[in-house]
Design a binder for this molecule. Structure first.
Ligand code: GUN
Length: 285
């Protein structure tokens, strides 16, 4: 069994982004800029946003944080998005989800200029991903693919099972595996014989949001297990969607939590923001 080290792979990606950013500054006088919008007081979101800002600093981007109070109205949030759409030194706009319940996240995402949508959540970008002709890839699924590539794990012809069908992870994850010729099954809360379906997977991606949901009986001997979960166990300790301790010895590769997929999400965000800056300034690679 080999642990897939997300910290290591993400450090390599960020190093590459940092070098390209330096070149972009020197050759073209362009510094990529990311605006991160957070509404309310969700503590997990606060940690994610801080990590995103830190990563921007590390690769040499400009970052702006817009921390809005819980009671922000839809109009106020849309007005901020509009301002950021028009700000030339901001190349990427990220509105941290989930938003407080009274806000309409779909409308907010659709208000972001697709060229600045570095999460790839806008309908235009989602459509482009379906067609296989995209500018940006969604951060978490693309981070997972980058990990597989980094460890030379082949996807073509493999049985890939994704547990979870969210717009942020499950659905685009399935699409990216399909693009690389995986045979993909998406499982969800209504799936019958879930354990049996999962136990056929050569590559199993867990994105359910339930602590230690994937148990050892659901995993095929020698499978690659990717854990997208960020959960808390019964003692409040950070854990993933996979029962890591009991599953790990059955796998060929497994991602830990923390230190697995999480850092890769941020590394892809950096890649997307760099690409956005290049596209908006008509600079090709
Ligand atoms: N909330 C959880 N994951 C994400 C993400 O990748 N982007 C944004 N904007 N919000 C999230």
């Amino acid at each position: 069994m080999q642990i897939i080290d997300g910290k290591k792979v993400s450090a390599q990606v960020k190093e590459e982004v940092k070098n390209q950013t330096l070149e972009l500054k020197e050759k073209h006088g362009v510094t990529p800029g990311l605006a991160v919008v957070i509404v309310g007081n969700d503590s997990a979101s606060r940690v994610y946003v801080n990590n995103k800002k830190k990563a921007c600093e590390a690769v040499g981007f400009k970052s702006e944080e817009y921390a809005l109070p819980e009671q922000t109205t839809q109009e106020e949030l849309l007005s901020l998005v509009k301002t950021l759409n028009e700000k030339p030194d901001i190349n990427g706009i990220l509105v941290q989800l989930p938003l407080p319940k009274h806000l309409d996240d779909k409308a907010v995402i659709e208000a972001i200029n697709p060229e600045k949508d570095v999460d790839a959540f806008h309908a235009v970008n989602v459509g482009k991903i379906m067609l296989g002709e995209y500018d940006f890839l969604p951060c978490t699924p693309a981070g997972v693919m980058e990990m597989l590539h980094s460890y030379d794990i082949p996807v073509s012809g493999k049985n890939c099972v994704v547990i979870g069908r969210s717009n942020i992870v499950g659905k685009p994850m399935a699409m990216l595996l399909l693009h690389e010729n995986g045979t993909v099954t998406i499982c969800h809360s209504r799936t019958k014989n879930l354990a049996e379906v999962c136990s056929q997977a050569d590559i199993l991606v867990a994105a359910v949001g339930k602590p230690k949901f994937v148990t050892v009986d659901m995993v095929k001997e020698g499978a690659v297990v990717i854990d997208v979960g960020m959960d808390r166990d019964e003692n409040g300790k950070l854990c993933g969607d996979v029962d890591f301790e009991n599953v790990k010895d059955k796998c060929s590769f497994i991602t830990p939590v923390p230190g697995g997929v999480g850092p890769m999400t941020i590394a892809t965000l950096m890649k997307n923001t760099l690409k956005a800056a290049k596209l908006q300034n008509n600079i090709s690679d």
